[in-house]
Every structure is written in structure tokens, then in C-alpha cells.
Design a protein around this ligand. Sequence first.
Ligand SMILES: [Zn+2]
Length: 456
Amino acid sequence: MKITSRVLVILLSLGIATQAADQLIVLKAARLFDGKSNTLSQNAVVIVQGDKIVDAGSNLPIPSGAQVIDLGDATLAPGFMDAHTHLTADFSGNYNERRLQQLDLNVSEQAIRATAFARATVEAGFTTVRDMGSRFVASHEFVDVALRNSINKGVIVGPRMLVATKGIGATGGHFDPTGGFRDFLFGREPDYTDGIANSPDEIRKTVRFEVKNGADVIKAAVSGGVLSLGDEVDTPQLTPAEMTALVDESHRLRKRVAVHCHGDQAAREAIEAGVDSIEHGSFMKPETLTMMKKKGAFLTPTLMASEWIMGKLDNYPPVLQAKAKAATAARSEMFRNAVKMGIKISFGTDAAVYPHGQNAKEFKLMVDLGMSAVDALKSATANDAELLGIGQKVGTLEKGKLADVIAMPGDPTFDITATERVSFVMKEGKIIRQGLPTSRGTAEATSSPDVSDPVD
Ligand SMILES: [Zn+2]
């Protein structure tokens, strides 16, 4: 990584650099990806004042008195976004050990670990995440809300978060926190306070409860999942009437709806009900993708999740191995079809299934399955900003947007893995990182080998 820095200010090597609010900062690099153009421009200049971008483009004149940070042979880009993370969890090790750990560790300790996951994520260049569910069995804590608020208040360093709280699902479904445990081990059946609902009215009540407690977005499991013990991966888990209630109540409260869905029938019913995004979508048939295109719903493919599980199958019980194999076998063709058909694709990885901070490995998986490098970059910038409903503020490098700016070495349209070597991260005008990261998440994260086994 060759980065020549002609830094006219002394930047703090750790944490957030302190900068005067009115000081102009000029970021320079060989190339610029603005988040929406199909090509990179040369001789990038991004001018930042306070938390905003004053101007961005090629060969812009440098205002006098500005601090100039020259990042050399690098590409400046908008801060990446990940539309599907779980920053309050880590499921990346041995499944049964992690399941036991959930019961061993008190929730406060899990929350403290989450602060390290948040830092690893933003230091990897992901300045915004949509966090898709945070639950602790037999606990009513809202750790994702606490994490989001602590980041917003500057107490800890992490990405901007839009959180889903518990997520919503059916009894015995993918989101039932007691699924796979002995009956009544935790003293009662989960209810709306755990995100579990079993009728349209209960769904509405649960949406209201989650919004009351701080949800920015509503997440629901409408089909089975891979890492749950009590269900089949592709069976529908909410009725069409329940999905209609879910979407109607969420949209009335101005919250977007993201649904965990592998199965084709559940996807069709969810798209018909008007959900904003399908998460995973493994078994979706071309006809279902056609419906999706007509409705304008996004696909969040989370290729990293199945890639990680398939690379470490021995970590999972046989019943989950079988589900992972079936979902992975189907998802590659589904993704290729979605790219060919021009479905709106958002960037999301299911971070927590793999160690936090490796989010950018999703880019190469997308490109390997037929997406152009520029479209992959757009998925993590302008597309995610549109899906999250924050396109007015972030997602592109343009005058007036919040100054979330990253740099990666070389040209990512030539070598997409440059996204995995982000060397500079600015969030809202504050430098989070320049040079080596201060953190790599957990010990488990550093000891895990790279995800490199192709699974197609
Ligand atoms: Zn997930």
C-alpha cells in the first residue's frame, strides 16, 4: 500500500482527529468514484468544511489556507454502506459454542464486544450500516439502539446505524429466540416483546412496539433460515395477511420494511405485499425477480454469509450444513439472473455470520457472479443510500452531502479487491482512520483465515 501523505496538519494516529469546524480540508487522490457515475474521474479533489462536502471533482482549485491531505495513487469514494449487518453479535465461530456463549455472557458484556465490532466496521470503510436485528435470548435489552445512540453522541467510534431492534417473526420461525431449545427452558413462550407475532393484529402491535423502542427500519423473517434449528430454509413463515399488515403498519409509521427471505413462495408474497427489500433471496425464480423489478423492490444478496458458512461447514451441525448447501447452490444462479434482469441490488453482507470488518469481501463475490465493478461500487453507495432513505445526505461525493469519504489504493474498477484495503476513512468530516487500522474486531476475527474458497 503506497500512500504518500503531505499532511499539513498533525492528525491523531488513534481515534478521531480533532479539527476546527470551519477549517477547510482538501482530500486529493489520483482517482474519484463519486457514487453514481459509470467511470472514475482523474485528479480527484474533495473539499470538506465541518461535516459537509463543499465541492468534489477533478482538478478543482485548492482554496488558500486549506489543509491538504494527498492520498496519492488511490481512489476517493463515498463511505461504503452495508445494508445488512448484526453489529451486536458474532456467529462466526463454532455454532454450538456461540449458542452456548449467548447464554453464558451477560448482555452488558455482549454490548461491550459490540463496540469493537462497530469500530472494526467503520475502520474497514463502512461509514453507514443498516443493522438487521439484535436479540439476546431471555433478555429485553435493545443493544443495537444503545450502540447507535452512543455512536451518534460520539461516545464510541462506529458507523452511522439504522437499526431494526428485534426483528419480527413467527413462533418456531427463523427469529424465534428459543427455537431449538427445550420447551419452556426460558420460562415462557416468546411474544411481541421478543419480536414474535402470530396474526395481522399482533404484527401491527409488534411493529408499534419496535418503533416505540427506537427501530429505524422494520425487519421480519418471512421464510425459514440457514442458521436456525427449528425450521426448513425455504418454507413461508408469515401469511400474506400478516405481510400486508407488516408493510402497511411500517409504512404508516414511515419505516421501510426489509424481509429475511430465502424461499420463492415467501418472496412472491412479500413482494406482492410491498416490502422494500428482500434479504438473501436464495431460491427466487426468474418470475419472482420479474415481479420484484415491477415493484421496484431491492435485493440485498448477502453473498458473504453463505460463502463463510460453506468455507467452514464443520462449524455447523449437519442439519444446518444441509440448509447452507441448498441455499448456496441456489443463490448464485439467482444473483446472476438478478444482475442480468437489472434488479435494484443493494450491498449487504450479514456481518456477524463472518467476522466483523471483512464486509468488503462481498464486492469480489458480486463481481465474480457477473456484476460490473462499478455497479458493485454503486450498490454500496448510491443504491444503499436510496434503499435506506438517506440519499439526500450520503451515498455520493457531492456538494452539500455529509463528508463520508474513504480512500482505497489503486483503481477498484481494475481490481475490485482494492475495496478490502481501505486506507483512509472520514465520517462526517472527522478522520476516523489514516493508515493501518487501530482495530480488527475480535480475537476470533484476526485468527480466522480469509474467505477464499469458491462455493459455486
Ligand atoms: Zn441477517
